[in-house]
Write a protein that binds this ligand. Structure first.
Ligand SMILES: CCC[C@@H](CCO)COc1cccc([C@H](O)CCN)c1
Length: 529
C-alpha cells in the first residue's frame, strides 16, 4: 500500500542551506511546454539553527524564498533569506532572539540580571518569520506566516522590501497564510481577534483591488464577533472557504489559550505551541457568513465530530447547499504536535511509530443546507444526488453533519491541496491535486477526482516532493488542461533537487529541471506568469 523509507533520505529536506548570490542554471531533461514562461515562487524554512541553538518545530526555521524562472525552455533557480527582524537579529546576535512557533528565545545572556528579569514583562515580540506562503496582493507580493506581520518582497530580485503590521489596518492578531482572491482582484482573509477585554472574534478582512496609487488598505469585513464556541479560547485558523456568496470557516477543537498567548510569555520559555489546547467536548463547528452584504449568519449552528483542519480544498454552492471539501485529521489532538523536527528527522521506524498515535488523515466532503425550515428533526436535509453527506436538525436547534469520505488511507494524507484556482475557486469542480504524506513524510503527488474518487499518483524512489501547484494551459477550457509544478528532492542523486513538471491529466512527467543543491522543504507558493 505505501512505500517504505528505511534510508531516511527525507532528513535532508530539514537541514540548513545557504542562500545564493545569483540564479544558477538548471539542467532540463524532457520538454517544457513552450507556453510555460514565468516564475514559481515558494516559501519554506531554510535555517534550522542559530549559534548552535536548534529550532524545534517545522514552522520555526528562518524564511527562505525560492524562485524557479522558466523562459524559452530554459530554467534557473535562485533563493534568498527574507530579511525579517527575526532573521536579522538572529544573525546580528548569533542566537535565537525572537520566539518562534515551537522554539523559545531566551533573554540576552550578556545583559545583567535586572534587564533580563524585566524582559519577561515586556510585551511579547511577535515573530515576523514569514516562512509559510508567498501571496500576490494587487501588484505586490507578500511573504506570510499567521501572525500580524507580513513582509513585502520583490518577486524578481527576491529582495525584502517592507514589513507590514496588519494591526495598523484591521483588528486582527493574525491572518491565515491562505487568502482568497476574487475574480475582480479583491483579496479576502480571516483572522483571530482577541481584542479589547478579550472580545474574541474571527474577523474576515477585505483588501480591495488596487485603484490607481491607492495604498493597499484592509478593512474588517465581517465586524460582528462570531460567537466563539468558548468565551476565552478561539480556534486556530489556517484557511477558510469562499463561494460566490458565502464564506465558510471551521472552528476546530484546537484552541488558542488567549490568556497564555497575551501574558507576554511570562512563564519562562513559553512558545506559541504551548498556547494551544484541545477541547475534548465541542467537536467541530462550521460557521457561515455572507459576502455581500457582509454578515455573520449566527442562526446556522452546524456541528460534527472532532477533527483538525488546516487546508480547505474548495467550497461551492449548488441547489441551495454549500459543498465544502476539506483535508481533515480525525480527533481533537493537535496534529502540529507531530511536526516537531526531532520527529520528522527521526529513523523511519520511529517516524512510523509516531504516526500510529497521531490523528488520522481523511479527505471529506461536508454539505451545509442553506434553507433550514424548523421541520421535524433527524430527517436528512441534503438532497444533492451526487453525495452521501448528510445534515440533520437536532432538538437543540443545531444541525448535525456527517461527511462523505473522498479519500482515506492509513497514515496516508492527501494534503497541501491545490485546484485549478482561476477556473474553479468557489465553483463546482472535479479535480484536486495534493501532496501525499506517508506517516507525515512527503513522498508522492496525487490527483483526486472529487466526484468519482478516482486517483492518479506520481512517485519515484527516494524522492520527496513539495505541494503541487496547478498552472492552466493558456486558453484552456478543460479543468485539468495544464501542468503541475513541484520541487522534488532526491538526496542521493548527483543533482539532488529538481523542478518537476507533470501533465495534469494523468500525472505523466513532461520535464524536470535539475540543480546541484538540496532545496529544503517548502510549504506553499504561487506561480507568477
Ligand atoms: C498561538 C497561535 C498564534 C497564531 C497567530 C495569532 O492568530 C499562530 O501564530 C504562528 C506563529 C508562528 C508560526 C505560525 C505558522 O504559520 C503555523 C503554521 N501554519 C503561526
Amino acid at each position: 500500500m505505501f512505500v517504505e523509507h528505511p534510508a531516511a533520505g527525507y532528513k535532508k529536506i530539514f537541514e540548513t542551506v545557504e542562500e545564493l548570490n545569483e540564479p544558477i542554471p538548471a539542467r532540463v531533461i524532457g520538454v517544457l511546454p513552450s507556453w510555460l514562461g514565468g516564475s514559481l515562487l515558494r516559501m519554506g524554512p531554510g535555517l534550522f539553527e542559530v549559534g548552535g541553538e536548534p529550532f524545534n518545530h517545522l514552522f520555526d526555521g528562518q524564511a527562505l524564498i525560492h524562485k524557479f524562472d522558466l523562459k524559452n525552455g530554459q530554467v534557473t533557480y535562485y533563493r534568498k533569506f527574507i530579511r525579517t527582524d527575526t532573521y536579522v537579529r538572529a544573525m546580528t546576535e548569533n542566537r535565537v532572539v525572537i520566539t518562534e512557533f515551537g522554539t523559545a528565545a531566551y533573554p540576552d545572556p550578556c545583559k545583567n540580571i535586572f534587564s533580563r528579569f524585566f524582559t519577561y514583562f515586556k510585551g511579547i515580540e511577535v515573530t515576523d518569520n514569514c516562512l509559510v506562503n508567498i501571496c500576490p496582493i494587487g501588484e505586490d507580493f507578500y511573504a506570510v506566516t499567521e501572525t500580524n506581520y507580513i513582509t513585502k518582497v520583490d518577486p524578481d530580485s527576491l529582495e525584502t522590501l517592507k514589513k507590514v503590521d496588519l494591526c495598523k489596518y484591521v483588528s486582527v492578531n493574525g491572518v491565515t497564510a491562505h487568502p482568497h482572491t476574487d475574480a475582480d482582484g479583491t483579496v479576502y482573509n480571516i483572522g483571530n481577534c482577541f481584542g479589547k477585554n478579550f472580545s474574541l472574534a474571527y474577523n474576515i478582512v477585505k483588501i480591495p483591488p488596487p485603484q490607481e496609487d491607492e495604498k493597499v488598505v484592509a478593512s474588517v469585513f465581517v465586524p460582528q464577533p462570531s460567537t466563539c464556541s468558548h468565551v476565552r479560547l478561539c480556534s486556530s485558523l489556517c484557511s477558510f472557504g469562499m463561494t460566490d456568496n458565502h464564506f465558510v470557516f471551521v472552528e476546530q477543537p484546537v484552541k488558542i489559550n488567549v490568556l497564555k498567548y497575551l501574558s507576554a510569555w511570562s512563564v519562562r520559555g513559553t512558545t506559541y505551541m504551548d498556547c494551544f489546547e484541545s477541547n475534548d467536548s465541542m467537536g467541530t463547528w462550521f460557521h457561515l457568513a455572507t459576502k455581500d452584504p457582509a454578515d455573520y449568519l449566527s442562526s446556522y449552528k452546524f456541528r460534527t465530530s472532532a477533527f483538525n483542519i488546516f487546508h480547505h480544498i474548495n467550497a461551492y454552492e449548488d441547489q441551495g447547499f454549500i459543498v465544502v471539501d476539506l483535508c481533515t485529521w480525525k480527533g481533537h489532538d493537535f496534529v502540529y504536535d507531530y511536526l516537531y523536527l526531532a520527529n520528522l528527522k527521526g529513523e523511519w521506524e520511529e517516524v512510523k511509530k509516531a504516526a500510529m498515535r497521531a490523528p488520522q488523515p481523511e479527505v471529506r466532503r461536508y454539505v451545509l443546507p442553506l434553507d433550514i425550515h424548523r421541520e421535524e428533526q433527524g430527517r436528512n436535509l441534503v438532497s444533492l444526488s451526487y453525495t452521501t453527506a448528510t445534515a440533520a436538525l437536532r432538538s437543540d436547534g443545531t444541525i448535525w453533519l456527517e461527511p462523505e469520505v473522498l479519500f482515506s488511507g492509513p497514515r496516508q494524507a492527501f494534503e497541501f491541496p491545490q485546484i485549478n484556482y482561476s477556473l474553479c475557486r468557489g465553483k463546482k469542480y472535479s479535480f484536486a491535486y495534493g501532496l501525499g504524506l506517508n506517516h507525515f513524510i512527503p513522498d508522492r503527488i496525487v490527483k483526486l477526482n472529487v466526484q468519482t474518487k478516482e486517483t492518479w499518483v506520481w512517485q519515484e524512489d527516494e524522492c520527496y516532493p513539495s505541494e503541487p501547484l496547478f498552472v492552466p494551459t493558456p486558453a484552456a477550457t478543460e479543468e485539468d488542461d495544464g501542468v503541475l509544478l513541484s520541487i522534488v528532492v532526491k538526496p542521493g542523486a548527483e543533482r539532488p533537487s529538481f523542478l518537476l513538471v507533470l501533465d495534469a491529466v494523468k500525472l505523466t512527467e513532461l520535464a524536470r529541471a535539475e540543480v546541484n543543491t538540496i532545496i529544503p522543504v517548502t510549504l506553499h507558493g504561487t506561480y507568477k506568469p
